[in-house]
Each structure stands twice: as C-alpha cells, then as structure tokens.
Design a protein around this ligand. Sequence first.
Ligand code: MN
Ligand code: MN
Length: 301
Amino acid sequence: MFNQYNLEEIRDRARASFIGMAIGDALGATVEFMTSSEIAAQYGTFRDIIGGGWLRLKPGQVTDDTEMALCIARAIVKNQGWSLEAVAGNFAAWLKSRPVDCGDTCRKGIRAYLLHGQLESPPNAWDAGNGAAMRLLPAALYSLPDDELLKKYVLEQARITHNNPVSDAACLCLGQLLHMALCGAEKSRLHRHVDGLVTRFPTFAFVPYRGLATGYVVDTMQTVFHWFFRGKDFEECLVGTVNQGGDADTTGAICGMLAGAYYGMESIPTRWIKKMDVKVIAEIEVMVEHLLSASPVWRPS
Ligand code: MN
Ligand code: MN
C-alpha cells in the first residue's frame, strides 16, 4: 500500500510539537503575569528553564497547559478511541488531584461536569480565554490529517469548558495550523491560513503587533502569531513569545507546539530538553506514539 506521507518526518514533528508545548509551558511559567519591562529589568532577555515564578515551580515543571493536554491524550489512548466522557472524566480527576494551577473557566466547566455530567458548557460571551486552545494538541495528532475529525475533536474538547465563537475560531485555526505544519507546510502557507482567520475575525489581526499577551485568546494568538512568523528557529520563536510576559506559560505552550511541529526535534535546544521533568517527557513520547499510530495518517489508503 502506498502512503503519500513521510511518516518518519511526521513522527519527528509530532514529538517536537508535544515536547515543544511542555517546554514552552515550563519556560514561560517563570515569567507568567510579569510585564515585558519587568522581565527585561530582571533578566535582560529571559531564555532559560529555571522554575520559580508565582507558582514556585521546580525547574522543568509543567503546569495546567501540559497537564490538561495529557488528560486528553490519556483519555484517547486508554479508551482506544475518542470519548468525550473519558476526556471530561480525566479533567475531573485532575482537578480533584489539586493541580498546581487551573484557570477559572476551566474550573467552572469541570465543576459543571462533576455536578451535572455536563459535557458542553452553555454559550458564554466572556469565556474567550485561551484554556481550550492550550490543550488541543492531542486532538490534532489523533485526527491527522483528517480535517473533519480535527474539527469534531477540537471543538468537543473545547466546549467542555469554553463555548465561545472567538475561542472556537482560535482552536480550529490552531488545530489546522498544526496539521499543516506536521505535514511539512511552509510558513508562507501557514501565514495565508492565519490571514483567512483574520478575514473572518478581524480581531485576530496581529500586524502591527499590539504587544498584549493576556489570557484572552485573541491576545494570546496575536502574540503566538507575531513571534512564530518572525522567529527563525524554535528558540527564537519561544524566547520572543515568553518575553512578552502576561500569560507566558500558555503563549509559550501554544507557540512551542506550533514551532515544534514546524521545525522538528533537531531545532529544540538540548539545554531545554535536559531541564525538563523526565517523567513528563517519557509520558509524552509514549502518548505521541499511540496517538499517531491510531490516527488516519498511519493507515495507508
Ligand atoms: Mn499554566
Ligand atoms: Mn497560563
């Protein structure tokens, strides 16, 4: 059977994407909620994984961004398929385990699941935080390269906690950018895809960049787009992103997954990988293998 995809290359990009997300989370968490000028005053350019921050993390420790993504990955792998119940169940078990951090909208949605079995939050104009986008990578890996499956998985997991058109648009665009980058698309192609998002939702316009990096998904995605398209390698993309401060672990996680998918493993600085929690990296490796081997791209057509 013939498969048009370079599976070894996709595997490398997928590993880099998931590990890149965890690195962006661990790197950015140190400067989360700082302003860019506070970061500059304290560090010059902040570029090392050292822990600390408002959550007093160990160096290489990840936060809710990576943990919620792992909840989705484990649900797919353990259930041997997509089950929204399994995803919500893992979120609930995670929340009960007293995680180091959890966003307000995520907490509200998970509580509604715990109390009422609710799998889809009601539409809410204010639930446009970045919490649904930050964790969607496993849905993108498991659906690769099927756009219809991607939309289903990405939106279903999102709406457990976030039901908002701006969050939905950001999640879909990010998921599709990941699919394209994993399959080897050039940056010009990715940029055109973001231009399409901006045409439909002008609020995402990131040129000129306003420099806002809050947890509002519009600010988050503008920051990721600005630094991803301007950076020349994985490190430049991530360092630029987290030095904006604000929700730096989440902008870092999202930029890390995108830049990892685009540049692949060889672009990720060894000094960053060495600092990461070894158990987290080991689980990520296992999850990526399972998600990809169960995805449509691995089944020759
Ligand atoms: Mn976080
Ligand atoms: Mn965050």
